[in-house]
Design a binder for this molecule. Structure first.
Ligand code: ADP
Ligand code: MG
Length: 289
């Protein structure tokens, strides 16, 4: 009767909007005690929009947005889409970069009108009023990226991404199942903590500023502490972590790379279904025993 019960579990999963790679997947969900949640696109919608533009004292907002929009135009990153579309809307035509390069988890770099331009994380201390503007936006949960021209910080551009309506309830559901939710992101700590607060995750369970290639190490470290880890993600950046986790759950709204690396796919991209999946597998396995 074991295979039959597992097949029934798989069929019930499909009804709930959960695609299961194979019946054996249900087995590995049983011992899961920790659920690592990617932030962007998993807990949040991942659809970012341009918010504020700040300029350094000797520059102006238009120039900051023009250079940022020109460079981000060539990138697929959600931040890049928001900046490029916002810049086009506000300014119209933008210059075409002579050179462009993606730096995963950091930003974009290239040359525009003969100037070296970067948009993304900034390693050093920013001058005022940029430092204050950036800190203020981040405390409120907006992501702030720095625009640099020829090695000098020219301005700050902020983008916002909404927390999905269902995420707070999903976190409550996961806790009710005895699981510990952890928020994992490449984004800034202040932004990550604002999102965590909004969905009810403790600041101590926020792992921020993690480079794409290091997400998998976070999963391994938790496993090394004796935890059985489920990971929920959507991005190319999450694929290795999804494959390494004891249970990988992909958002159906996410990238093919994430879906292929996972054991389960949450078809509608609703995080509450992650809790349904774990509940279903526990019930299915209880039937078998
Ligand atoms: P997440 O883990 O939240 O999906 P990423 O690892 O893709 O985020 O990016 C981490 C950080 O790197 C972003 O918060 C941003 O500061 C910077 N970044 C990455 N790509 C870009 C880009 N195209 N433009 C500007 N900043 C970027
Ligand atoms: Mg993501």
């Amino acid at each position: 009767a074991t295979p039959t019960a597992l097949m029934v579990g798989t069929g019930r999963g499909a009804q709930l909007g959960i695609l299961i790679k194979g019946p054996e997947v249900l087995e590995s969900t049983r011992r899961v005690d920790t659920v690592v949640l990617d932030k962007t696109g998993t807990v949040t919608t991942g659809r970012m929009t341009l918010q504020e533009v700040y300029a350094a004292e000797d520059s102006d907002e238009k120039e900051v947005l023009r250079l940022a929009g020109a460079l981000e135009h060539a990138s697929e990153h959600p931040i890049a889409r928001a900046v490029a579309e916002g810049a086009q809307e506000r300014l119209g035509d933008l210059p075409t970069p002579e050179h462009f390069e993606n730096v995963p988890g950091v930003g974009v770099r290239g040359s525009v009108e003969g100037h070296e331009v970067t948009v993304g994380r900034f390693p050093g201390a920013l001058p005022e009023p940029l430092a204050g503007a950036k800190a203020g936006a981040e405390t409120e949960g907006r992501t702030a990226v720095v625009v640099v021209r020829d090695g000098v910080a020219l301005g700050v551009v902020t983008v916002a991404d909404a927390v999905k309506e269902t995420s707070a309830e999903a976190v409550r559901d996961l806790r009710a199942l005895g699981l510990r939710p952890v928020l994992l992101t490449g984004d800034n700590r202040a932004v990550a903590e604002a999102v965590a607060r909004a969905v009810g995750i403790d600041g101590a369970d926020v792992i921020a500023e993690v480079l794409p290639e290091d997400k998998v190490d976070v999963v391994r470290r938790l496993q090394g502490e004796g935890r059985t880890v489920a990971m929920v993600g959507d991005g190319v950046n999450d694929a290795a972590a999804l494959a390494t986790a004891d249970l990988g759950l992909a958002m159906g709204t996410g990238t093919d790379a994430a879906i292929e690396a996972s054991d389960l796919t949450l078809v509608r991209g609703d995080l509450r279904v992650a809790a349904d999946a774990i509940r279903l597998s526990r019930r299915t396995l209880a039937t078998i025993k």
